[in-house]
Design a protein around this ligand. Structure first.
Ligand code: M6R
Length: 612
């Protein structure tokens, strides 16, 4: 949600903090700020708005030099976006400065406690309470003050903290929000994610739940449930092998387009990691036949686009593996007393591996006795760490807030998983299994063909760029992709969109169709083609304009009813979502571009949703 950064070393902290925040701006971008230690004094600068505004404001500041500092880029939770509510938040004495990602759920009672002790507050944030609380407990030991203060906090936090009395350290603490420590040469760092550190170090340590780290320039000590340890660069740290290019836009104007165009490559990489010599290879996953036999039900749990992958997954797993699947929004699942037990497998899908609701759903499932298999993109993330089984998508770093390549890779894993279950449950013939595997392997090339014709989608977007609403309709798998297409378009271009099962429209929502309303229809399932065409005739009769996505074998029939048509390459119907979502991603991108929207950082959003 928010991005945290910290630096301690022999170089200018400000430059490092601002560069790091720029890399993490996608995590939140309504305000930003830094605190830099100069001698024994903390200087804090913060501004509402994009990081650039903070940068400008710092140009003529004299007090910003120092070798220790923390920074933050915010996605507001408590208190609107303003200079005062931006982080860092300082204690009233100025002794403690805090950056925070997460939500302190008991901040009101803590605030009342501190008010009674005479503390005064100037912001609406829960974070100011943390700074004041640490100050309250500070006697002569910064670490002890933090340790006592965090023991009083309920909720989630990743914290970076400075204390002017002990300028030789940053203290970091973590619970339910991601935080890493980076190890450099005579300098060390903290950050919310690897992106911010990759230009400086490849050696990182992911803090675990309830860890407190004391970060000095030449030493990092972790205090955890397991005791105290001094980090050893080689023994304790993970080496990040990302290509540095992956955190830049390359030749593209936006990360979203770069990531759309990367899809053939990363899809192939993900498929190749799980299918070897034409056979599914799940050796590393660790599922046993005995365990699979004990299963009576599968749940797929996720948020946003990952949930939409789950909707595809339900159709595909039920069809191929003949086992009952429920797909649930993580934010609902965690509170609905789900009927989960030891005979349930809960599959959690998440790009970031840090989504608060998905993580909470995972913990709930485990509490109820189920095993959890996660499909995650970020290695070592909280969801990956806490799962019984993990399958990684190999999408690489995804930076645009709107997911594209992670969604496609998640889809491919869901297909492979469904085929694997079908194989183990003997619900698929060898011929069909080989046929589906061959199709999967061919999908990256077919996807490439769509990308080569991307200008066709630009033309469609130009035609419809002034719409104020759109309906996406389709049946079964097409409906699942409509959900994703609709989210994508609304997310980046701010067009009000709704996805509907094509047969459901006439049960109420058709009242919204009037002359000129755009209906985007997916018709990739041959046996349902005529049914959906009938629904298109119904909306056309009421004045709708229709943009249809189908395959060329339906050319003549679709041309009769649709105003515009896009043909995806032929593929097995069951696997069409991997292809049909691509024109919808491109349409969303171009619509946002033509409407002048901030494509990579849409309003009100953040990439990683670490609050519930
Ligand atoms: O990191 P996750 O996959 O758990 O994130 C889930 C959703 O927040 C995410 O898919 C969101 O809906 C995307 N911005 C959609 O493009």
């Amino acid at each position: 949600m928010c991005g945290i950064i910290g630096y301690i070393g022999n170089n200018d902290a400000k430059a490092f903090l601002l560069d790091g925040l720029e890399k993490m701006e996608y995590r939140g971008y309504d305000s930003s700020g830094i605190s830099v230690m100069s001698g024994n004094k903390i200087h804090t600068f913060k501004k509402r708005g994009r990081l650039q505004i903070l940068r400008e404001s710092l140009k003529n500041q004299q007090d910003v030099s120092g070798f220790v500092g923390i920074g933050h880029t915010r996605w507001a939770t408590h208190g609107g976006a303003s200079d005062i509510n931006a982080h860092p938040q300082n204690s009233q004495s100025g002794r403690i400065s805090v950056v925070h990602n997460g939500i302190i759920e008991n901040y009101i009672s803590l605030k009342n406690f501190l008010l009674e002790k005479g503390f005064k507050f100037i912001s609406d944030t829960d974070t100011e309470v943390v700074a004041q609380l640490i100050d309250f407990y500070y006697k002569d030991n910064f670490f002890e003050a933090v340790k006592t203060a965090v023991s009083k906090l309920e909720g989630s936090y990743a914290l970076g903290i400075l204390c002017s009395n002990e300028p030789d350290k940053i203290i970091a603490a973590k619970k339910d929000s991601p935080l890493i420590v980076g190890i450099g040469e005579d300098e060390n760092y903290i950050a919310s994610d690897v992106t911010a550190l990759i230009s400086k170090t490849r050696k990182i340590y992911r803090l675990e739940e309830n860890d407190i780290a004391v970060v000095k320039k030449d030493k990092v000590t972790i205090y955890s449930n397991a005791g105290k340890k001094v980090l050893d660069r080689d023994k304790d740290c993970t080496t990040i092998d990302w290509d540095i290019e992956s955190v830049g836009k390359g030749n593209y104007d936006h990360f979203m387009m770069k990531e759309i165009m990367q899809q053939p490559k990363v899809l192939k990489k993900t498929i190749d990691s799980l299918i070897k010599n034409g056979k599914i290879d799940f050796l590393d996953v660790g599922l046993t036949d005995e365990y699979l036999k004990s299963l009576s039900k599968i749940f797929i749990v996720a948020c946003g686009s990952a949930y939409h992958v789950g909707v595809v997954g339900r159709y595909v797993v039920e069809k191929l593996a003949k086992i009952s699947v429920e797909v649930e929004l993580a934010s609902e699942f965690r509170y609905k007393e789900p009927l989960v037990d030891e005979s349930s497998l809960v599959i959690v899908i998440s790009q970031s591996g840090e989504t608060a609701d998905s993580l909470a759903a995972l913990r709930e499932a485990k509490k109820l006795g189920a095993k959890v298999l996660s499909i995650v993109n970020v290695v070592g993330s909280s969801i990956a760490n806490e799962s019984d089984y993990v399958i990684y998508t190999l999408a690489g770093q995804e930076i645009a807030v709107a997911t594209t390549k992670a969604y496609s890779c998640q889809l491919s894993v869901v297909y492979i998983l469904a085929l694997y279950f079908a194989e183990r449950f003997k619900s698929i013939s060898d011929d069909d299994l080989s046929k589906y595997i061959a199709e999967l392997i061919s999908l990256p090339d077919k996807l490439e063909l769509i990308l080569q014709q991307k200008d066709e989608l630009l033309e469609i977007a130009q035609k419809y760029k002034d719409i104020s609403c759109a309906f996406f309709i389709g049946r079964t798998l097409d409906y699942a992709v409509c959900m994703e297409g609709s989210l994508k378009l609304k997310e980046v271009s701010y067009v009000h969109c709704e996805a509907y099962a094509a047969g459901e429209l006439k049960h109420g929502t058709i009242s919204l169709i009037e002359k000129g309303t755009l209906v985007i229809a997916l018709l990739t399932q041959d046996e349902l083609f005529d049914k959906t065409v009938s629904n298109l005739r119904e909306v056309k009769a009421r004045g709708a304009r229709i943009f249809a996505i189908t395959t060329a074998n339906h050319r003549s029939k679709i041309n009769e009813v649709a105003d515009d048509v896009y043909f995806i390459p032929e593929c097995l119907n069951l696997m069409s979502p991997v292809l049909s979502v691509i024109p919808l991603q491109l349409l969303s991108y171009y619509s946002a571009f033509l409407r002048g929207c901030d494509i990579d950082k849409p309003r009100n959003l953040a990439k990683s949703v670490t609050v519930e």
